[in-house]
Write a protein that binds this ligand. Structure first.
Ligand code: PLP
Length: 398
């Protein structure tokens, strides 16, 4: 018999499965709101001008493609730290921050998870209920037992803050707590800054291990504003892990550009921790790829390109917010009984629309509008060409 005889077929990824269904749908008016990608008003994934300029520079330089260091490009790592912790950060100045270039935000989470598993073999991981579906799978695969803390309240379409705080306070010391630092995926619901202050205090008092995941910096309120949670935690002298991603903010999904940043309690500790991270990276994929990292690093370290990028990112953010407003207005204009104003308070690419699994199913079958069965829609997939059609479809299934 074959070596692989007993291998079972793994369940397919629910969102990729949705994409396959969408692709084989022949209705011309079909709309895919199931994706996790920003599309522009023409319905395309943009190639940012700042990125294109950095790529032109790179081609003209005709640089050789040697290996990067195990932890990646130093200039990339430094720029990623500054975006998170801020210009003039005391944590950076004192050598308490260390960063490794990673294969997207997912790669950063995995390196961090492997490191924590080695450091805290008794600990569990707590993720929000609900969370990005890969959080649970990734930490379980790294060997952890994964639990959830309360987060979303379907009754208010908002945050169950009391439940969340009580849930965090009930966790044993050294539990790894994964927190979405901005633009929560899948709900779009973020705590207020005042609520974050209480959350950070609970994390500190409970001796929990914060793992901040920030995959959408710049998609909420702004580049600096969206980092305020990271800086709040840093200001409380909390040791922590941060996974960050440029997939969305640079529209470089396939280039796998992310970073794992750790805040330690001393420069000496940073050196020891980094040496362990490098060991994990070395035995997994040796070192990160050059192209995406070089492009992002060039943009972030060239003032003119940095400025252009910040503008292009602001355009993406503003478009999403405008689309939220339009969707709510168009639903109101269709006299739907339900109040959708909560969509305006949500941040980032996603919205928990409040649509039931049955309504999502009807959207797909009757209208060719694809959404995740949880009711999650990608607001960034709406545009002037499809929003009326989608509003009509939603109004009809309500
Ligand atoms: N974390 C969250 C919450 C996400 O939503 C995503 C992407 O969807 C990621 C991490 C990973 O992003 P990347 O594509 O950079 O691996």
């Amino acid at each position: 018999t074959s070596l692989f005889d007993a291998v079972e077929l793994a369940p397919r990824d629910p969102i990729l499965g949705l994409n396959e269904q969408y692709n084989s749908d022949t209705r011309p008016q079909k709309v895919n709101l199931g994706v996790g990608v920003y599309y522009n008003d023409e319905g395309r994934i943009p190639l940012l001008r700042a990125v294109r300029q950095a790529e032109v520079q790179r081609i003209e330089a005709a640089a050789a493609r040697g290996y990067l260091p195990i932890d990646g490009l130093a200039a990339y790592n430094k720029a990623a730290q500054v975006l998170l912790l801020g210009e003039g950060s005391e944590v950076i100045a004192s050598g308490r921050a260390l960063t490794a270039q990673a294969l997207g935000g997912t790669g950063a989470l995995k390196i961090g998870a492997d490191f924590l598993r080695q450091l805290l073999p008794q600990s569990k991981v707590a993720i929000s209920n609900p969370s990005w579906e890969n959080h649970r799978a990734l930490f379980e695969r790294a060997g952890f037992t994964v639990e959830t803390y309360p987060y979303y309240d379907p009754a208010t379409h908002g945050l169950d803050f009391d439940g969340m705080l009580a849930g965090l306070k009930a966790l044993p010391a050294k539990t790894v707590v994964v927190l979405h630092a901005c633009c929560h995926n899948p709900t779009g619901v973020d705590p207020t800054f005042e609520q974050w202050q209480q959350i950070a205090q609970a994390v500190k008092e409970g001796d929990l291990v914060p793992f901040l995941d920030i995959a959408y910096q710049g998609f909420g309120e702004g580049l600096e504003e969206d980092a305020s949670v990271v800086r709040l935690f840093a200001s409380l002298d909390l040791t922590m892990l941060i996974s960050s991603s440029f997939s969305k903010s640079f529209s470089l999904y396939g280039e796998r550009v992310g970073a794992l940043t750790l805040v330690t309690s001393s420069q000496d500790e940073s050196a020891r921790v980094l040496s362990q991270l490098k060991r994990i990276i070395r035995t997994n994929y040796s070192n990160p790829p050059t192209h995406g990292g070089t492009v992002v690093s060039t943009v972030l370290n060239t003032p003119e390109l940095h400025g252009l990028w910040a503008e292009e990112l602001a355009q993406m953010r503003d478009r999403i917010r405008a689309v939220r407003t339009q969707l709510v207005e168009k639903l109101k204009a269709r006299n739907v009984a339900q109040d959708f104003d909560f969509v305006l308070a949500q941040r980032g690419m996603f919205s928990y629309s409040g649509l039931s699994a049955e309504q999502v199913e009807r959207l797909r079958v009757e209208h060719g509008v694809y959404a995740v069965s949880s009711g999650r829609i990608c607001v960034a997939a709406l545009n002037s060409g499809n929003i009326d059609y989608v509003a009509n479809a939603i109004a009809q299934v309500l």
